[in-house]
Design a binder for this molecule. Structure first.
Ligand SMILES: [Zn+2]
Length: 346
């Protein structure tokens, strides 16, 4: 029995009935956070406005833990991660990034640097070239503090001088888009198109399908994005089958990548949408006091006992979307392995 997290009969049934044969034997996880709690700000110094339940899913995620998670969740499969730090509540960004380099080891695994938009072009280039980083992870909390949350735009934390360096080396950038309107936000869409046009060698990955967790987050985004040529999408921490179908129809299976967003997707839950807002349905008491969180709801009894991992829910939804859009086995292999390998081997 492992002590990382419990694997229940429900999970085992889910894996062997629906997931195992759907997945190829070799998988690349293009989106995973690896970090140690020693380098996180704890307790009072942490931002009280942030939700506390993510820490109850996992207080950190070491390299050993991610490998063990793959063994527990995907028995019989080989899973290779692209790793980067968790971008929130970090004490020292250099320590976080060095840990990624330590984990990459003998190039058996892959990593991204967590980039600070304050780094000028020379500093950014030196840091990203100091190890075998495949590119950068950027995050909106690094935007200047005076910008209100919903006014942050992509270039506030992914500045042009850093995009130029990423373009020079044809590197990856992992982008969690900002703003309450998510994927359909016209500023986001315009800036995604601008990145593709001005930095054609950059491998831009839009994380979580642009945070389109409900139908209402999509708008006309896929009509606009269908005209892009290079932009890629990962579908981690997203469980919306309908959104996945629209994505597949818009960009095809060559620009879609599997990611786990571990460790958060160790959470037991299922996600529903109500009036355009996503709600994570969880077992009562499992993740602390969530009474003030509009995105969380507690249930009890049989239904609660049947909840499985967020990561399984993500894959189950993608599987149904793949069936609905008639993806072939080769297409599935592309999404879970080949597309990512194309990016990483360059
Ligand atoms: Zn993530």
């Amino acid at each position: 029995m492992n002590d990382l997290f419990e694997v229940k009969q429900t999970d085992i049934g889910c894996y062997y009935n629906y997931i195992k044969d759907f997945l190829p034997d070799k998988i690349i996880d293009i989106h995973t956070h690896v970090y140690l709690k020693d380098n996180l700000i704890q307790g009072d110094k942490a931002d009280k406005r942030l939700a506390s339940w993510p820490e109850l899913v996992a207080e950190d995620n070491s390299f050993e833990d991610i490998l063990e998670t793959y063994e527990l969740m995907f028995p019989g499969k080989t899973v290779i991660p692209l790793m980067f730090p968790f971008p929130i509540k970090i004490k020292n960004i250099n320590v976080s990034n060095q840990y990624i380099l330590d984990c990459i080891g003998e190039q058996k695994y892959y990593g991204l640097i967590l980039a600070d938009p304050e780094w000028d072009a020379d500093v950014f280039e030196r840091k990203i070239r100091m190890g075998d980083f495949k590119g950068a992870k950027v995050y909106l909390n690094f935007a200047p503090a005076y910008i209100p949350l919903n006014e942050i735009c992509i270039f506030d934390f992914l500045p042009h001088h850093q995009l130029s360096i990423l373009n020079k080396y044809g590197m990856i950038v992992m982008l969690h888009i900002p703003r309450d309107n998510r994927l359909k936000d016209p500023v986001n869409l315009a800036q995604i198109i601008e990145i593709e046009r001005r930095y054609p060698a950059v491998k831009l990955i839009i994380a979580h399908v642009g945070r389109a967790y409900c139908k209402e987050d999509v708008g006309n985004a896929f009509e606009i994005l269908a005209e892009t040529k290079n932009v890629l999408f990962d579908f981690c921490a997203n469980t919306n089958q309908w959104v996945f179908e629209q994505l597949i129809k818009a960009v095809g299976p060559k620009r879609i990548l599997f990611g786990s967003d571990l460790p958060i997707t160790r959470m037991r839950m299922k996600r529903i949408c109500e009036n355009g807002i996503y709600v994570n349905v969880i077992s009562k008491g499992m993740y602390g006091d969530v009474s003030n969180d509009k995105n969380m709801r507690e249930i009890e009894g049989d239904e609660a006992d049947r909840l499985t991992f967020f990561l399984y829910e993500e894959i189950l939804a993608f599987r149904l979307a793949a069936i609905e859009t008639k993806l072939s086995n080769d297409d599935i292999k592309d999404v879970f392995y080949n597309n990512a390998m194309q990016l990483l081997k360059r």
